[in-house]
Design a binder for this molecule. Structure first.
Ligand code: PHE
Ligand code: CO
Length: 307
């Protein structure tokens, strides 16, 4: 099995240098934060909003990772570590397996509020960290890191990466009060946080592990399919079994297109959320259709450019 030792993962660590952020950078954070805060009421799942509250991730500026880590550590034993950008898959998994969340430090420019290529500090911190305050989700992320190292060794990273994409980055959750968002890629995107719940076009399908692993995803537009879980416990339980035989089984089955449907799909009936209609506009919000940030693999980006 591919094993990265702590030392080679540690080679990717940098200092956040919190005191060096400029007033302009903090003000971009505030702009993004306030916009999402407005949009996410009634759209983000309770676990996210509770985590955000408990952490005190603030509207007032880019948070200091050290302070944030202390609060997070006390709740679930996770800490944030600073990295320069996308790190190699094995390094990323090794961090997660040790309950370390690698976050970028830079923030997008004012002329890139809705579109940039790679995750920045707003996506990484505001999108991912609040859910790490939830004990079940915190365990899921660690298990994913361990599973990543294993998938690398088995040559099935592509299948496992889809699980991350369609849960951690773009997942939806069914609650008693309606469909809500828990995926960080969506939570950090103004356009997609409205689109994923209210637009009639994308498919919303009940989570099924094998179905997710077989489904290709788009990195250049809003998603065409979202997978809906009932709660984090269901997600954790469904991903607990040994994936080796599952990889083996789906290796013989064809991939499913990003907008494809298959016979056993159980559609999620989102009549309530969908009829909620246009409160995006009521907020006076211009929805910009640009792809949301998520942890693409370098390979995804390369393939995309070759198309
Ligand atoms: N059970 C998975 C395996 O055996 C590990 C895993 C857990 C992967 C949770 C992803 C998420 O590979
Ligand atoms: Co992400």
């Amino acid at each position: 099995m591919t094993a990265v030792d702590d030392q080679s993962a540690a080679n990717f660590l940098i200092e956040q240098k919190w005191q060096d952020y400029t007033e302009e950078e903090h003000s971009i954070w505030r702009l993004l934060f306030e916009r999402q805060q407005r949009l996410l009421v009634g759209r983000a799942c309770d676990e996210f909003l509770e985590g955000l509250d408990a952490l005190g991730v603030a509207a007032d500026g880019i948070p200091d990772f050290r302070k944030l880590s202390d609060a997070l550590d006390a709740a679930t034993g996770w800490r944030i570590v600073a990295v320069p950008g996308l790190v190699p898959d094995d390094v990323f998994f090794a961090f997660l397996a040790r309950r370390r969340f690698p976050s970028t430090c830079f923030i997008r420019r004012r002329d890139q509020l809705d579109y940039l290529q790679e995750p920045d500090v707003f996506h990484d911190i505001c999108g991912h960290v609040p859910l790490l305050m939830n004990p079940v989700f915190a365990d899921y992320m660690q298990a994913y890191g361990e599973g990543g190292l294993k998938a690398l060794g088995l040559g099935h990273l592509q299948h496992l990466a889809r699980l991350y994409w369609y849960t951690v980055e773009f997942g939806l959750i069914a609650t008693r009060r309606g469909l809500r968002i828990y995926g960080s890629g969506v939570l950090s995107s103004a356009g997609e946080s409205v689109y994923c719940l209210e637009d009639p076009r994308p498919h919303r399908i009940r989570f099924d592990l094998r179905r997710v692993m077989r489904t290709r995803y788009r990195i250049d537009d809003f998603q065409q399919t979202y997978f809906v879980i009932d709660d984090f416990r269901q997600l954790f339980d469904a991903t607990r079994p040994d994936f080796a035989p599952i990889y083996h089984e789906i290796a013989t089955q064809p991939d499913i297109e990003p907008d494809g449907l298959v016979r056993d799909d159980r559609p999620f009936n989102a009549s309530r959320s969908l009829s909620a209609g246009s409160h995006g506009q009521k907020n006076g919000l211009q929805v910009v259709r640009s792809p949301s940030l998520g942890r693409k693999r370098l390979e995804d980006v390369r393939q995309h450019h070759n198309q």
